[in-house]
Design a protein around this ligand. Structure first.
Ligand code: GLC
Length: 438
């Protein structure tokens, strides 16, 4: 009987909830068609047609050191790369398949170089690994919910040996956990069900898999997608976790409106994974990049609700992170250099969201994130004037006086900061007030 050790769990999660901000990287053969990472499934592309990209793949500009520098300069503390996505292409030198990066023109173990580059920049490193595999003959084809050949009657599943596929899949996870040094995160993706199968939990032989991962990589953090997907919380939520429970909930393309609490109301560890445009993998026609000003506020929102943000980039077929993404990362980094103290190690403030923006907290310091100015002195809701030791502009350290203006006399139970006569806030995106409590 599996016994969940909460003390061990919280020790394992400490760096992760301190880090708050990471880079997701979706990269592989699908960068050549440049229509997103699901291109084979969406276009019901036969394997033979997809193999042309395998023959062609030659990321001459691949430089994971540059990716790691970009992540670090953006203020990200960890990076997660797709080691194998649903298409089954391995970005690592797996001994169990020929469908791998070391057999392409580049001949490189892309995962190994990525992990080394991330560690060299002092970042924690993780690998995304798809449970689905559209390349492997023993994975369900016809009638599966996602497979590229799901509608093609020539791809019936008679004779497919799913156990044989699971042995292949487990062997590859073993390779990644044995041959590439210390891994900080294993990001499995994803569990689902359709009219023929429930692809969850023990269908993946998940207890055996997780036990192996944890035995080879003590302290590793594992997501919840051996049980669910971006939808669903997983068994840790129930208070009676399965042996293969996720360590964090992985909401996708959404920020949980109220953070995430388990069945008993206890705050859960969660990470919102978000694309910069609307695609995980490179998509040349998707120019709808979220501006840095928005993503900074979304990072603050995640932290204010007790969560992490895993922000995605999708490098192109040559190995370059798109210039739009690089600019967004640089702009976020400029803000983080002045204000990251209000992100790292911070969490929920236990105070309702103020009109002006959001609040993050670390111990007896509150960070009021001002997204917009107010009329008159700035209210600091949730704390009484007598509780405050001092207020400082986080970016500069400058003293911010509490307002003594008569206009606030009717609201003596609320503290107000005096931001001076300029109606324009010092930082047009997010001006942070550091409020030290007594
Ligand atoms: C979904 C998508 C997958 C992507 C993942 C990232 O599972 O299907 O392509 O890698 O989200 O969270």
């Amino acid at each position: 009987m599996y016994k969940f050790d909460r003390a061990e769990y919280e020790k394992r999660m400490a760096w992760y909830t301190q880090a708050r901000f990471g880079m997701f990287i979706h990269w592989g053969l699908y960068a050549i068609p440049a229509r997103g990472e699901w291109v084979r499934s969406v276009e019901e592309m036969p394997k033979e047609d997809y193999m042309r990209y395998f023959e062609e793949f030659d990321p001459v500009d691949y430089d994971p050191k540059q990716w790691a520098r970009a992540a670090k300069e953006a203020g990200m503390r960890y990076m997660v790369l797709t080691s194998k996505h649903h298409d089954g292409f391995c970005l690592f030198d797996s001994q169990y398949t020929d469908f791998k990066s070391t057999n392409t023109k580049c001949g490189r173990d892309l995962v190994r170089e990525f992990l080394e580059a991330g560690r060299a920049e002092g970042l924690k490193v993780g690998l995304y690994f798809s449970l689905l595999d559209w390349y492997h003959d023993d994975y369900p084809h016809y009638g599966d919910r996602n497979h590229p050949m799901r509608f093609n009657e020539n791809y019936q599943n008679g004779g497919r040996n799913f156990d044989n596929y699971l042995t292949y899949m487990h062997n590859q996870v073993r390779e990644l956990c044995s041959n590439y040094g210390k891994l900080d995160i294993m990001w499995f993706d994803f569990s689902y069900e359709d009219k023929y199968n429930v692809m969850r939990g023990e269908k993946w032989r998940a207890t055996e898999l997780v036990n192996m991962v944890r035995s080879l990589q003590p302290g590793i953090i594992i997501d919840n997608r051996l049980e669910v997907s971006g939808e669903g919380f997983g068994s840790l939520w129930t208070g009676e976790p399965e042996p293969f429970h996720g360590d964090f909930v992985s909401p996708e393309q959404i920020i949980p409106p109220n953070g995430i609490q388990d069945k008993n109301g206890r705050d859960m560890v969660w990470e919102a994974c978000v694309t910069m445009n609307n695609n995980w993998g490179y998509c040349q026609d998707d120019r709808f990049f979220k501006p840095a000003s928005m993503l900074i506020k979304k990072l603050v929102e995640c932290v204010s609700k007790g969560g992490n943000l895993l922000l995605n980039v999708g490098p192109d077929a040559k190995g370059n992170i798109p210039p739009q993404s690089m600019q967004v990362l640089a702009d976020i980094g400029a803000w983080m250099r002045r204000n990251s103290e209000s992100i790292y190690g911070c969490g929920k403030a236990g105070i309702g969201k103020p009109d002006s923006g959001r609040i993050t907290r670390k111990g007896n310091v509150l960070y009021y994130h001002l997204f917009e100015n107010t009329i008159g002195p700035m209210p600091l809701p949730g704390i009484a004037p007598g509780e405050i030791d001092c207020v400082r502009m986080l970016a500069t350290g400058a003293e911010v006086p509490l307002s003594q203006s008569w206009v606030r006399n009717d609201y003596a139970d609320i503290a107000f900061a005096d931001l001076g006569p300029d109606p324009i806030l010092p930082d047009p995106v997010d001006t942070v007030l550091k409020v030290q409590l007594k």
